[in-house]
Design a protein around this ligand. Structure first.
Ligand code: NAD
Length: 382
């Protein structure tokens, strides 16, 4: 618990000054829920709804403290506002966390209770799966609210969108192409060397697209089976999870963890571009500028990994207007916005001599903080 952020109000009582929490950043709404019957303890944060209802995943995690859970949900929901605005979606930013161990404390009843809480917010927050939650959990949630997306194709409505990972991976592939074009002046990935960290749902699909485009791959994962698969399917070179940061390559594609760009890794990178799916790649804002000063071009994560959000947005649109049908073609066409955004962001970063992450945030704010936007504007996804 960060004691410097607390006020002592009684002998043993400490409270955190929520509005002063640096992650609070003018959140519109934060709700705390508890349900003793199912053991549910959850927080829903809605950062901004200028463009539409806040949509974001529900993370289940064994947080060390309520303070840590709150800070996490605030940071994540803020990020969703920026991601949705730049992706051209009529959505705001929201996110939820359930405090608990996803391996031992999950029950269908817990997620049904979560569904009742989401419903209380009257559509201002739309829930989806995230770390520690699954599409099956969202089926339990959907028993009590229709404000849920990312339902499995077979159990959900005809409009369900299924696994977003291949879509996210294609968006990242387009982002790598845009970054290589800007920094290396190459319009093809033929012979471009990409070091991929993490071969999960997104990383493995990305390797497939890169291999097909003629890129040379070096990969790492903590799971032996994944690296063997990448070796067999794509002829990838394999390094250990510790070595992947120092691989001499054109591109480093982080597709595993957040915070991988930090004081410790910065001097190890021997690449011109960092472009991958992982959320919150910069451990701190300052690391964006440090990359910029080292001449490493970073594709901001909330721009390049928007494919998953774009995918569930189309599911949501089709839930509202049942005459429409979800098609992957529509979603894939929308992903071109990732290329357009990144090229714009790289130009702003060059012109203003600011980090690409700052350029991306400025651009997003110019969209969702437009004075003309009001709550009455078309909340198309509500
Ligand atoms: P995943 O859990 O399927 O894959 C993560 C992979 O990283 C696993 O194979 C894991 O073994 C590996 N890994 C973990 N620690 C590692 C380490 N230290 N070194 C190397 N490998 C390690 O997750 P995913 O769905 O593929 O998502 C990857 C990243 O992209 C996550 O940060 C996620 O938040 C982000 N993201 C995913 C989506 C999506 O549609 N799935 C959308 C947006 C952002």
């Amino acid at each position: 618990m960060r004691r410097n952020n607390l006020n002592r109000i009684g002998k043993d009582t400490l409270i955190m000054p929520y509005f002063e929490n640096t992650s609070f950043d003018n959140h519109e709404h934060v709700s705390f829920f508890s349900d003793p019957e199912t053991g549910l303890k959850a927080i829903i944060a809605i950062h901004n709804t200028n463009l539409g209802p806040g949509l974001g995943g529900c993370r289940m995690w064994s947080y060390a403290s309520d303070d840590e859970a709150l800070t996490d949900v605030l940071r994540l929901s803020r990020g969703m506002t920026y991601k949705a605005a730049l992706a051209g979606l009529k959505l705001g930013g929201g996110k939820s966390v359930i405090i608990g161990d996803a391996r031992t404390q999950k029950t269908p009843e817990l997620f049904e209770a979560m569904g009742r809480f989401v419903e209380k917010l009257g559509g201002d927050y739309i829930i989806a799966e995230d770390v520690g939650t699954s599409v099956e959990d969202m089926v339990s949630v959907s028993k009590h609210t229709s404000a849920v997306v990312g339902l499995p194709t077979k159990e959900g409505s005809d409009h369900a969108s299924g696994d977003p990972s291949p879509v996210t991976a294609w968006g990242v592939f387009l982002g790598i192409k845009a970054s290589v074009s800007h920094r290396l002046k190459k319009e093809s990935l033929e012979g471009v060397h990409v070091a991929v960290q993490g071969l999960g749902s997104v990383g493995m699909a990305l390797c497939g697209y890169l291999h097909k485009a003629g890129a040379h791959l070096t990969v790492a994962d903590i799971f032996e089976g994944n690296v063997e698969k990448a070796q067999q399917l794509f002829g990838a070179d394999v390094v250990s999870p510790q070595e992947i940061y120092g691989v001499e390559a054109d591109v480093f594609a982080p597709c595993a963890l957040g915070g991988v760009i930090n004081d410790e890794t910065l001097d190890r990178f021997k690449v011109s571009v960092i472009a991958g799916a992982a959320n919150n790649q910069l451990l701190e804002d300052k690391h964006g500028m440090m990359l910029h000063q080292r001449g490493i071009l970073q594709a901001p994560d909330f721009v390049i990994n928007a494919g998953g959000l774009i995918n569930v947005y189309y599911e949501r649109m089709n839930q509202i207007d049942t005459s429409r049908t979800y098609t992957r073609d529509d979603v894939m066409k929308h992903l071109d916005i990732i290329d357009v955004n990144l090229r714009k962001i790289f130009e702003i970063s060059d012109q203003k001599n600011i980090s690409t992450s700052d350029a991306a945030e400025d651009l997003a704010e110019s969209i969702f903080l437009q004075p003309s936007l009001t709550q009455e504007d078309d909340h198309a996804a509500a």
